[in-house]
Design a binder for this molecule. Structure first.
Ligand SMILES: CC(C)(COP(=O)(O)OP(=O)(O)OC[C@H]1O[C@@H](n2cnc3c(N)ncnc32)[C@H](O)[C@@H]1OP(=O)(O)O)[C@@H](O)C(=O)NCCC(=O)NCCS
Length: 177
């Protein structure tokens, strides 16, 4: 268990599937987190967990985000962990809509970045954001992420193409926060 100020992060487990399937089928979350547009079925979700739980190559870590009442409110992951070049990618979803905008996302980011930079000793964490996700963009910029590139008109949703922005945070930059 990794402890933040407001949240705790514990490895995602099959019991979380009841919630993650709802979050992964929420149209706003699908759009903002750039998930595939198709309905996630129970069979898809089970298969996803089976792959996740048997994955022992150490290249990705999925955590459930717990609030003060130990209720799972979202998930966060470190992916493509490269131990040689010491970088990875990150994705985060506060899936419980009632828990959004209350500081859980920010605390989760602080906690997971601190873990990535100190325990895993990585030096760079990258992520991708759709241009309309102003809330996430503001959060990442406040934490020290800077833009590294932009895929123009790259993600199609609700009839429009959107830019996808690549942001990165370095250990040195993050430690200033
Ligand atoms: C984006 C997300 C992770 C932010 O987490 P959150 O818990 O809702 O946000 P927080 O309450 O921690 O706020 C963090 C920052 O986001 C920004 N923010 C939050 N709510 C906002 C709003 N309504 N409008 C504009 N900015 C907002 C602010 O910069 C805020 O920092 P501040 O409190 O210091 O001003 C969360 O809303 C989420 O998972 N959304 C759906 C999926 C998604 O977009 N995932 C990210 C994909 S890149």
């Amino acid at each position: 268990m990794i402890k933040g100020k407001k949240v705790k992060l514990r490895p995602l487990q099959i019991e979380d599937a009841k919630k993650t399937i709802m979050w992964r089928n929420d149209p706003v979350i699908k759009k903002m987190a750039m998930m595939h547009p198709f309905q996630v079925t129970e069979a898809n979700e089970k298969e996803w967990y089976e792959q996740l739980l048997k994955d022992k190559n150490g290249k990705r870590m999925f955590f459930a985000i717990l609030d003060e009442k130990n209720e799972a409110i979202g998930f966060v992951s470190l992916n493509n962990i490269n131990k040689n070049s010491r970088h990875c990618t990150l994705s985060i979803v506060i899936g419980d809509v009632a828990s959004q905008g209350k500081g859980y996302g920010k605390d989760t980011m602080m906690t997971i970045l601190n873990y990535a930079f100190t325990v895993l000793d990585l030096h760079k964490v990258s992520l991708e954001v759709i241009d309309i996700n102003t809330k996430a963009l503001q959060l990442y910029k406040d934490l020290g992420f800077t833009e590294e590139g932009r895929f123009k008109k790259h993600f199609f949703v609700e009839g429009n193409f959107h830019d996808v922005i690549n942001l990165a945070c370095f250990k040195e930059t993050f430690s200033l926060h």
